[in-house]
Every structure is written in C-alpha cells, then in structure tokens.
Ligand binder design. Structure first.
Ligand SMILES: [Zn+2]
Length: 172
C-alpha cells in the first residue's frame, strides 16, 4: 500500500507518525505544550485549527501581547528577506536598547540560522502545518546582540502564529 510505504520512509528517518482523531491529536499536542517538552508536529490544517482555538484564548492573547503585524512589515519581509507570510501574528519583545524585536527580526534570524530555503519551505507546505512546541530558540537583538527574554514567563523564546505555519507555543 502506497501510504504505508510513505510512512515507512518517514519513520526510517527517525521520526514518528501518529494517528488519532483531531480532538485526540489536539489533546496530545496541548499536553506536550503543558509538559514543557520540546517537539515539532506536522499537523493537518484542521488539527492545527483545533489546537490554536484551544491554546490561543483571548486571555492568553492579551497576556502575551500577540498581535498581527502591519501590512508594511509584511511587505518589508517579502521585499527585503524574500519570504511571503500571511496574517503573521507575534508577541514583540523590547530590548533594553529600545529596539523592538518583531516579525522581521525573527524571520531574519531564522534565515541566518537555517537558510532561506528551509524558512520558505516551512511557509509553503501545502497540506500540512508545522507547529513547534517549546522550541529552544533565543531571540537576539540585531542592534546590540543582546539575548532577549519574553516579558511573560521566565523563559526565552518568541511566540508567533500565522495561517500557513502552525507557529509556536510555549508552556507558561
Ligand atoms: Zn538591543
């Protein structure tokens, strides 16, 4: 069977493929977020939608400061970095130097660490969304190279979300 052969190939790379109904998948992902374990999930859009609905409550959005980036910043990311994002939302962090670390800085740092091709391929997945849970990522201010700490929670990291990308979720 073709699907099993594909799964066999994926598992051969050391990854796991799991199957459950969407609510159960959401339970697993939410439990992973809460546990603090770092993991990446490739989810269907429907599964990602269920998780985002449950994770990004209005209260959490208010507390984290997650907000949509401006059309100008979206355009600057496309023109200067060569990455197309849609409805990108993130929680900016203000550095002690006054610089506001925002979506542009985050995507620029992602390109520096992983390369433009990797960043673009994540944003252009057709049927799946890539969700990072508790990733170890330290935002670095591009002005003075300071490591930035999220304003809520004691951990570092950068919270974001967008339509074609599952985004990232942290334990609180
Ligand atoms: Zn700075």
């Amino acid at each position: 069977m073709k699907l099993l052969a594909e799964i066999d190939k994926v598992v051969a790379t050391g990854k796991v493929v799991a199957s459950a109904d969407d609510e159960a998948v959401a339970d697993i992902v939410i439990a992973t977020i809460t546990s603090g374990i770092s993991a990446s999930f490739y989810l269907t859009r429907a599964q990602a939608a269920v998780i985002k609905e449950r994770f990004w409550t209005p209260e959490r959005i208010r507390r984290t400061g997650l907000r949509p980036i401006s059309p100008e910043e979206t355009e600057r990311i496309r023109v200067e970095l060569g990455v197309r994002v849609a409805n990108f939302r993130c929680a900016p962090i203000t550095c002690a130097c006054g610089h506001v670390y925002d979506a542009f800085d985050f995507i620029q740092q992602g390109i520096r660490e992983h390369g433009l091709d990797v960043v673009n391929s994540v944003f252009s997945l057709k049927d799946s969304t890539f969700l990072q849970v508790n990733p170890s990522f330290t935002p670095i201010c591009p002005v003075d190279d300071q490591k930035l700490i999220r304003t809520h929670g004691a951990d570092d990291g950068f919270e974001y979300d967008c339509d074609e990308y599952g985004g990232c979720c942290y334990q609180e």
